[in-house]
Unconditional design. Sequence first.
Length: 241
Amino acid sequence: MFSTRTALRRAGTVAALAAAGVLTAAGVAFAHVTVHPDSYAKGATDGVLTFRVPNEEDAADTTKVQVFLPTDHPVLGVLVTPQDGWTAKVTTTRLKSPVKTDDGTITDAVSQITWSGGRIRSGEYQDFDVAFGQLPDDTAQLGFKTLQTYSDGKVVRWIEETQKGAEEPENPAPVLKLTAGTAGDESAPMTASPSEPKATAKASSSDSTARGLGIAGLVAGVLGLVAAGVAIARGRSARSS
């Protein structure tokens, strides 16, 4: 009897610790600032990028978000979607290397967007939509370094680059992958144009659903191990009696 109780207690402890570890890891992943969709065709035109900013603090609200756009591979024709309660400030920078387009030569591009005045409370997130005219076609990905400021003065810097084959850093910058495609092609993978917002929402939802299913699978595996431990303990108790 003592052995059975001991086995049950140990199995329960292992299950609790494993489940807590899974949920903690999921919470960390979900707390990252991300860009959606996470992939577009090189040179894609007339699309929308959504920067999703969750609040990871329990006792402070997010009050400012600064997204820095690369100027070595500039995003052209940037427009900001108005957000209720938030004021957007757009900063442009003169390009070191002007970009030639069908509409002429572009010498300036947006380098920073700052949203302020609103609040993202604990357990909530905010989507910030940015429309673009054209993505670059001469790089494999774009990194968007982001600063997240809280009401208590804390600033989280989402600026670390994820190295290929290495573990994800603690504060990774949102990354948009650019896949092989025809420059100027408006049909980009995993995305939608401004006239098709439902498709964009579906892409983000699919990403969240996949993560949720993965977590559920891990938890189910842990519970399976617990059940096996209980069965073994009962079998041993029966044989000893």
